[in-house]
Each structure stands twice: as C-alpha cells, then as structure tokens.
Ligand binder design. Sequence first.
Ligand SMILES: Nc1ncnc2c1ncn2[C@@H]1O[C@H](COP(=O)(O)OP(=O)(O)OP(=O)(O)O)[C@@H](O)[C@H]1O
Ligand SMILES: [Mg+2]
Length: 340
Amino acid sequence: MAGAGQNGGLPAGRASDLIGSRIAGYQVEAEIGRGGMAVVYRARDLRLDRTVALKLLAPELARNDTFRKRFTHESRVAAAIDHPHIVPVFEAGETEGLLYIAMRYVAGQDLRALLNREGPLPVTTAGRIAAQVASALDAAHSHDLVHRDVKPGNILIAEGTDSDHPEHVYLTDFGLTKKSLSLTGFTTVGQFVGTLDYVAPEQISGRPVDARCDVYGFACVVYETLAGAPPFKRDDDMALLWAHQFDAPPPLTLLRPDLPGAVDTVVAKALAKRPDDRYGSCGEFVAALRSAVTARPREAAAHPATRVDVPVAAPDPGPPPELPGWARPAVGITPRAPGP
Ligand SMILES: Nc1ncnc2c1ncn2[C@@H]1O[C@H](COP(=O)(O)OP(=O)(O)OP(=O)(O)O)[C@@H](O)[C@H]1O
Ligand SMILES: [Mg+2]
C-alpha cells in the first residue's frame, strides 16, 4: 500500500526484496509494519538465535548529520535504560548506508491500531495504559532523555501476565522523531512528516524542549484514549499547529460525559501552553487524573454544577504574538474606528 514517498526512500519493492536477506547479523523474516521514515521487520538475530524487531531507517536520514548524531547518541542512552516499559534496544548501528536498530520483538499491536479498532477505551484500561507509559517516560527523563515523539504508534501493547495486568505496555522510538528536522527545513516538498497531533507548542516554535514536551504529547495521547480523538483536529497542518499554540483544548467531558468535571482541569493543566504551567512529571499527571476520576461520586453526583463551573480552558497564553513586519499585510488595513 505505502508508496515510495510514504516511507521516505524505502520503496515498497525494495522493502519486500529484503525478506530472506541478511543485514548486519540479522536474517530478515517478515515485514511487521512501516511508518513515515522506517520499515520494521521481524528478524532472526543469528548470533544469539533469537527473534528481534529490526528497524531500518530511510537512507536519507543516514545522510543527515544532525539526525545521525542524535540517532547514535539517543539510541545509546535508550539502550542503557533498563525499564520494564521501555522496549529494550539490543543494538543500533549503520550498515551499507542504512541506519538500523535491533530491539525486542513485541508480539501484539500498537496503541494506534487498538484505538482504530476499539475507539475510546474504558477508563480503567486507559488508566492502566497511561500509568505504564508515564513510568517509562519519567524513567527516561531521569536519564535526561526526552522522547519528543510520544504518540499511539510508539506505544506497543503486548499481552499482560494475568487478569490484573491484562496488557503490558512498551514505549519505543526514542529520539527518532523527524519533526524537529522537518520544522527546520530538512524535509523536501511532499515528504512525509508524521503526525502533528501530539506536538508541543514549544516544539512548534523551535524553543528548547525538555521533559515537559513529553508531558504535553503524553497528555494528547491520554486524551485520545479517553475521547477517541486527540484534543485538536483541524483540516490543515497550519491550523493544527496554530491550535496547539493558541487554542484551548475542548473539555474532555464534552466527549466523555461519563467523566467528572474535575478531569477537565487536570487535562487542561497537562496541556498548558507554557511548559512551566504543566505537571512536573507524567506520573504526577496520571496521579491527578486518577484522583479526579475517583473523586467522581462526590463531585459529579452531589454537585452536578461543578461540571460547568470548573475552569476548563488551558491557562490563557495571552493574545497571539504581534506579526513580524514581513508578515503584515502589504496593503494597509486600517483598524475600524470604534462605532458611535
Ligand atoms: N519492537 C517492536 N516489536 C514489534 N512491532 C514493532 C516494534 N517496533 C515497531 N513495531 C511496529 O512497526 C510498525 C512501524 O513502526 P514505525 O516506528 O516505523 O512507525 P510509526 O511509529 O507508526 O510511525 P512514524 O514513522 O511516524 O514514527 C508499527 O506498526 C509498530 O507497531
Ligand atoms: Mg514508531
């Protein structure tokens, strides 16, 4: 299905040609899936005789110095983190002009596929998934590693151990986002950039990012697991970027009236435009969400009016910034004089 442009230089023909071939000590067995900049295969690690997921990145990424340096650095950091909810990276390297990562093969599906199939999830399921992703992100942040591309496609869901833990969730793809490159002009016209549904305002405006950009992206994902759609949906990318920067997210309870109003306040804080106004960690956000959900009987039933009274908008980021000179209309538009 995916054409040559879809995965940035790994055309469908070539990708399937790789089945059965050997790449850096791995025997390629089957294609698992493909995203905007890579194809992921199930492969056999010939040295250790085990199944792995082998991710091959589009060749032009290897030619981009900024990307290659960050890829090498961040795959090393990610490989050093030993956490139950982070996909273990076994090896990352370069062979014949291709960057590759070998990691644990996670049998299951990603959260994107789950949401596409099931729509909004029950609160308990969404809560279990959120708690696991939050622990992975907070662990990465404690190693000074910012994910930058938290989204349902990077959250893998395997079968859990028992009925108390029906799913085991893994976060993957640290430092593999192409967004910062595309926003600084790396991509060429028509190249697939990836989703902008989860991108933080400071990533858009090119300010330095830290762990709090993951709090924002994670909050967009949590919102989607509960609402069935991310907080901002717009017909074109520019409008979507604008919404992340300046629009208040629609209250989650509009889409999930079964949830108490207190949830809206928690979500608004996690999605605050200014990083300083967000929760200090993903775990803090999940804990606040959990207590907002469990506060339900008292708040929602005894005081139904709180639903309306709770300030749901994100803290006001103030008016949009003044347009730079070059962006102002060439033909003067004079403000209308105040009416009589
Ligand atoms: N370790 C893994 N084990 C099993 N499946 C995996 C693994 N890593 C990735 N996948 C699957 O491979 C597919 C492609 O992943 P990939 O990361 O290339 O794309 P994506 O994250 O969906 O999109 P993008 O390229 O925008 O990041 C996804 O469906 C994902 O679920
Ligand atoms: Mg991915």
